[in-house]
Design a protein around this ligand. Structure first.
Ligand code: ADP
Ligand code: MG
Length: 408
């Protein structure tokens, strides 16, 4: 049976949505996650058990306050129910039953019988080592058991929310049909930016927690973060994937060539899957522009160039193509969700599991979502076009990685 929010649960959600969200920077996650003991993981569990319901409650509230009657569209209601259900599961998750001595060591300042004191103090505690190491003493088996149960719960929640992006996109389509208009209002665009940005944050927190609890730690990795993300290798992987998709899609014998200019050893701390995703989207766009400009039966295309620069603050990856560029008046549109000049792909939330994987083009989510990923860790994505010649895209990645998590 489909989940429905009860009025009581709704009141709780509204209550939690009044608390501020607590940001965690990439650097904090790296410092925290190195060789975690079961006690450290328990602290992280406790932090997430406080923080996730707050973040999720904010999303429900936002879905409720959408402009016009977008919040009533069936797909938006579906998404809202997923959030509410996850909220309910999280706040109903029992606090650990631990010996008193251990409770004291872990949760000295919180009062577990009163959720709001726990929540209120989370932010302060974060600054005072709440999200910090605890010695590797002999943790009782209950601790491991509790950590495991919580990990299972949030893994299931993450899976439930896999189709959120496609389902929200579906909701926007329903709204457009309802309004009989093809325009997307700017307030909807900024809602989507905030909403998807927050989703990235929640998924990183969950992904990181699950990885720390599950994976045997890989060298140079802290959870999902790689402290030596090699740029040249990551670009090369994205190049191979994008060219492969391009050849498949257009039935080409050889996709346009992509030349990489990058110091071989250059590496930094980042989430490799994010970097790969952004590069893949950008390269597909350049490949498509070339094939559509020159056709699919030429011997050779102008080579796409990828130039990597290493600064003190940023690593910048510039992608240059001679695919004809974009008319200047269309530049603001390319950053809007669902703007595409490709033949629209059909949305199938059941098929397209996690975000918009694989297809060459047609969802119009490549650029706006990539920019969110870039901004999430303090970077940015910019595009400059010379209509009649080509496009330059600049992907700025922040090396310092201690920028505050963007929560608003
Ligand atoms: P999609 O690729 O699904 O259309 P994107 O957000 O990746 O969505 O891109 C939106 C639109 O921006 C594309 O449909 C295309 O019209 C334009 N665009 C993006 N990158 C380039 C490029 N390198 N050259 C020309 N046009 C581009
Ligand atoms: Mg694209």
């Amino acid at each position: 049976m489909a989940y429905k929010i009860t009025p009581q649960m709704y009141e709780k959600i509204k209550h939690f949505a009044r608390f501020p969200q607590t940001g965690v920077s990439l650097r904090q996650m790296v410092m925290f996650g190195q060789n975690p003991s079961q006690g450290t993981l328990l602290k992280a569990t406790q932090f997430l058990a406080d923080e996730l319901p707050i973040r999720i409650a904010h999303r429900v509230k936002e879905l409720d306050n959408l402009p016009h009657n977008l919040s009533e569209m069936p797909s938006i209601v579906r998404v809202k129910n997923w959030y509410a259900q996850s909220f309910e599961e999280l706040i109903n998750f029992p606090k650990p039953e631990l010996p008193q001595s251990i409770r004291e060591r872990l949760f000295a300042t919180s009062n577990p019988s009163n959720p709001s004191t726990t929540i209120m103090s989370t932010a302060t505690k974060l600054g005072h080592g709440y999200y910090s190491h605890v010695d590797d003493i002999d943790w009782p088996p209950e601790v491991r058991y509790y950590n495991e149960k919580f990990t299972k719960l949030i893994e299931a929640i993450k899976r439930r929310h896999d189709p959120v992006v496609t389902t929200v996109a579906q909701g926007i389509l329903e709204y457009k049909q309802h309004k009989k208009s093809t325009m997307i209002d700017t307030d909807i665009q900024s809602f989507l930016d905030r909403f998807y940005m927050s989703r990235i944050g929640i998924r990183i927190l969950i992904g990181q927690h699950v990885a720390l609890n599950r994976l045997p730690s890989r060298p140079d990795y802290v959870g999902i973060i790689c402290t030596k993300t090699n740029i040249a290798k990551t670009v090369q992987e994205a190049v191979d994937n994008a060219r492969f998709i391009c050849e498949e899609y257009y039935g080409l014998f050889r996709a346009p060539e992509i030349q990489l200019y990058c110091p071989e050893e250059l590496s930094f701390t980042y989430v490799p899957t994010h970097l790969n995703h952004m590069l893949f989207e950008l390269l597909k766009n350049s490949l498509r522009a070339l094939v559509e400009l020159f056709g699919d039966d030429v011997d050779e295309y102008p080579t796409i160039k990828v130039i990597v620069a290493e600064g003190k603050e940023d690593i910048t990856i510039k992608i240059l193509d001679e695919g004809g560029g974009i008319p200047r008046s269309n530049i603001p549109l390319v950053w809007t969700y669902m703007y595409t000049t490709a033949e629209a792909q059909t949305l199938d939330p059941n098929f397209s599991q996690s975000d918009f994987k694989a297809p060459m083009a047609g969802f119009g989510y490549g650029l706006p979502l990539s920019r969110l990923y870039a901004r999430y860790f303090g970077g940015d994505l910019k595009l400059i076009s010379m209509e009649g010649f080509g496009t330059d895209v600049y992907l700025h990645l922040n090396r310092i990685s201690n920028s505050d998590e963007p929560l608003h």
